[in-house]
Design a protein around this ligand. Sequence first.
Ligand SMILES: Nc1ncnc2c1ncn2[C@@H]1O[C@H](COP(=O)(O)OP(=O)(O)OP(=O)(O)O)[C@@H](O)[C@H]1O
Length: 369
Amino acid sequence: MNPFTPQTTPEALREKVSRVLGAFKHPTLKRDLTVLKALHHSALLDSTLHIELVMPFAWQSGFAELKESVSAELLRLTGATAIDWKLIHNIATMKRVKDQTGVSGVRNLIAVSSGKGGVGKSSTAVNLALALAAEGGRVGLLDADIYGPSIPTMLGTTHERPTSPDGQHMAPIMAHGLATNSIGYMVTEDNAMVWRGPMASKALLQLLTDTLWSELDYLILDMPPGTGDIQLTLAQNIPVTGALVVTTPQDISLADARKGIVMFAKVGVPVLGIVENMSMHICSHCGHLEAIFGTGGAEKLTEQYQCALLGQLPLHISLREDLDRGEPTVVSRPESEFTEMYRQLAGQVAAQLYWQGEVILTEIAFKAV
Ligand SMILES: Nc1ncnc2c1ncn2[C@@H]1O[C@H](COP(=O)(O)OP(=O)(O)OP(=O)(O)O)[C@@H](O)[C@H]1O
């Protein structure tokens, strides 16, 4: 036992640790760690301070910043010579649209949408899913973009085919640690193009419910682009927890993003916020920044609709090249500034989902095998 702290009781130690944790400020903490009851365990053993936190949303980056910011203060206050930190994620299941029953095994379903095609919705969905996993969540990705299922290409899984362990359900295809499924695994692109509205929506609902998702904290749904009947049907019938709208800063894209926000509002799906993709072009030769699609548009949109601007991603050739190779940036360049941006986005999405919603008790997950 450290000579400075022989008299520290477990209660007094907990109180000290709580006070320091409670003062920590972070963009993902709308209320502090003591309000969250995050401190699960603290003990001082052989001069080592053991701290165990339990968080209800994916928080690995926030945790790293916490350690960096408060460790010196904790060592000083407790007389410990080292800290053994532990973070456990027990991710909360949040209330869904109109109290719908969830998908078996899935705690939270996040729809990634866009008012128009080509703004980088699928790219965002893929990198966001991987970033949420890096932040500590168990994550799945469902490609619902029936007219252009690009997820298998982006994950390098185009040759995979789902298997069925019971002749009725599909086992998801695992890629870079994500549980995935896509209409692209089952039909060729030419076939997908002829699907009509009701058929497409039905196929997607089936894909969602007939996949044997393992226990997932977050299932990312890459929606078909646009705000037509299919999107409306999906938004109405899928037990979505929250939606993101991806846009570029360009006027036309913003006008469409606006339609997306209105569509989700109509069916009572909470919009977690806007993601601005291709905010700035970064030249791969000289690093020069250029606002090809204009600036400030998404900010205006978030002011108008009072929703959060969750992240701004640049337009950069390596982001596209990584996706074309089936090795998304978040996994192929984990130390890059782009990965950092996606991880920040993931942290914001996870936090926003938690703070904006209402926690429900996790249902006992049962698999229909
Ligand atoms: N930030 C970015 N930097 C560079 N390239 C990007 C970026 N975002 C997307 N792209 C590229 O732009 C193209 C279109 O992206 P993506 O398929 O994600 O768009 P989408 O909105 O999902 O399109 P659709 O609606 O047609 O499915 C892809 O080739 C992708 O690699």
